[in-house]
Write a protein that binds this ligand. Structure first.
Ligand SMILES: [Zn+2]
Length: 218
């Protein structure tokens, strides 16, 4: 039987080409990506060519140096900065925290006047988006600070199939109940399900990032 849903527009997290391929081949769903934030709404969307994101109208989009805020030359990777000239909810140079770059060549779909972004290329600084929600480095530090027995703590985000995984690696003398309490607190603080809490050997976390994103978006 043919699946009734034939076309889909997805958002909130990157769409790997493997997942898009699965939707197309196994379900017959022609799948498109749209990029936006809660504050701005839609920033960009794919056309039939699915080669980058055409910018939505009524926005000024810049790709800027995340440190200086200066606009970069076309083609360079930087932070997506959006200005929304809306009388009710104006936003001036809103930093999305997302990295991307402008594509130079015009799109073969014929919307030659519409600039395109290359799509999501990572996050500025130490925040990652897990299952559609932001997880910030300061939340990880806050969690570690709440448990006196914690000597070191790292959150590892990875991906199994089409699902983001979240594992806490922790160093310190802890009973099974301590680990359970840490997991419960982490889930409350992050508003995300934690897949596992693992204890690591003393010194193993030295020099490592407190929030590590191991996902690969092909
Ligand atoms: Zn196009």
């Amino acid at each position: 039987m043919e699946f009734p849903l034939q076309r889909a527009l997805v958002s909130a997290e990157p769409l790997p080409s493997s997942l898009r391929g699965m939707f197309q081949e196994e379900w017959g769903i022609d799948t498109y990506q749209c990029y936006g934030t809660a504050d701005v709404g839609t920033i960009g969307f794919e056309c039939v060519r699915k080669e980058g994101l055409h910018l939505a109208q009524g926005l000024v989009v810049q790709v800027c140096d995340p440190v200086t805020g200066e606009p970069l030359t076309i083609g360079d990777v930087g932070e997506v900065v959006v200005t929304l000239l809306n009388k009710v909810y104006p936003l001036i140079r809103f930093g999305t925290g997302d990295l991307s770059r402008f594509l130079e060549e015009p799109c073969s779909c014929g919307r030659w006047a519409s600039p395109r972004l290359a799509g999501f290329m990572g996050r500025v600084g130490d925040s990652v988006k897990v299952r559609g929600l932001f997880l910030h480095g300061h939340q990880v530090k806050a969690l570690a600070g709440e448990f006196p027995w914690v000597r070191g703590l790292q959150v590892v985000v990875d991906r199994e199939g089409v699902r983001d995984t979240l594992v806490i690696r922790v160093e310190g003398k802890a009973s099974p109940n301590d680990l359970k309490a840490l997991k419960t607190r982490a889930e409350g603080l992050f508003r995300l399900k934690v897949d596992a809490v693992e204890t690591v050997a003393s010194g193993e976390l030295k020099g490592s990032k407190s929030l590590e994103d191991r996902r690969k978006w092909d």
